[in-house]
Design a protein around this ligand. Sequence first.
Ligand code: HEM
Length: 340
Amino acid sequence: MDFPSTTIDIEEKVNSDEQKLSHTIARMIEETVKQRFASSTSNALAQRDAHGKAHGCVRGQFKVNGDLPHHLTSPVFQPGKEYDCYIRYSNGSGLSQKDAVGDGRGMAIKLLNVTKSSSNTQDFLLINHPTFFVKDASDYLDFQKATKKNKLLSFFFPGLNPFKWRLMEFNVAKAIRQKKVFNPLAIQYWSMTPFLFNQQGVKFSAKPIGPDPIQDQLDKTSDHFLKKNMLTHLSQYEAQFQFMVQLQTDSKTMPIEDPRVEWDEAKSPFIELAQINIPKQNFTSLEQETLCENLSFTPWHHVPEHRPLGGINRIRKVVYDAISKLRHKLNNVEEVEPSF
Ligand code: HEM
């Protein structure tokens, strides 16, 4: 196969305790889901532990560019190929809080009928910031413990010794929480963590095309203004995103095992692979919202050529699988991948 001269070795380093830590993390998150479900009202559903509040699931088309160079093609990215997709927009928190509360915003894309994937789907999970605020499994466990005790600050500042402070993590989390977002269809999203692209490490991003068409109609105050603004947008205009890839061109400054580090766009700019078109629609029918709730997005719905890379993604394999299974079981619904 003909790869660019920048192709470098993928350096994945798996710590010996990582698998065990991932299962401990999954068990803790399962406990939280069960506790929240047990204390909710009788007709409430068991929800995702993260990204619990959906603003909406929309239907769209994902169209791969017709003129991709050979090294940017893969079983998913076949020039001119078009997929139907679902996209779920969400807040990062597991709790259903008001949209005015600072939080990460998620865009989870599910491409349908991807024949080379064992789930028949290819998912891309994106958040509106380029970096993640946790380095590895051991730190994620500390984060879980601090969250459970409702003492999140103790994760960033675990004592008086400044050498133990997690300042880099604190700054990423602060940057995410300080973003002011009003229309989920008008902001950029990133994969944060790396993936394989044939034999190369990459990150993905989706960026809206053109300015926000409803800038002067935005609701900025009601409790669920993100959903309301999406509805305003899609009742009058379609929404479009460029779907892009960033190639890893230096293993030191663009690490696989540390998603806190942003890969420098000056060294390796994002390149467009596809366009996402979300036609005008109303996505608030009971049927659509139920389908949205029951979908499972995970970076581990993938073709082998786009395997998730790095420790944070490896934890996600254990966790997303366990949590999705649990909430489907508690809600008494079948866990199935959609095909239309
Ligand atoms: C070890 C780190 C992480 C853990 C333990 C974790 C955990 C979770 C869990 C439990 C869910 C709900 C899954 C379900 O019930 O189906 C979820 C959803 C999600 N996560 Fe993560 N996550 C992690 C890192 C990340 C990262 C780095 C991203 C970056 C893009 C991300 C983006 C998302 C998104 C967008 C959703 C919502 C998917 C949907 O709409 O259903 N997560 N995460």
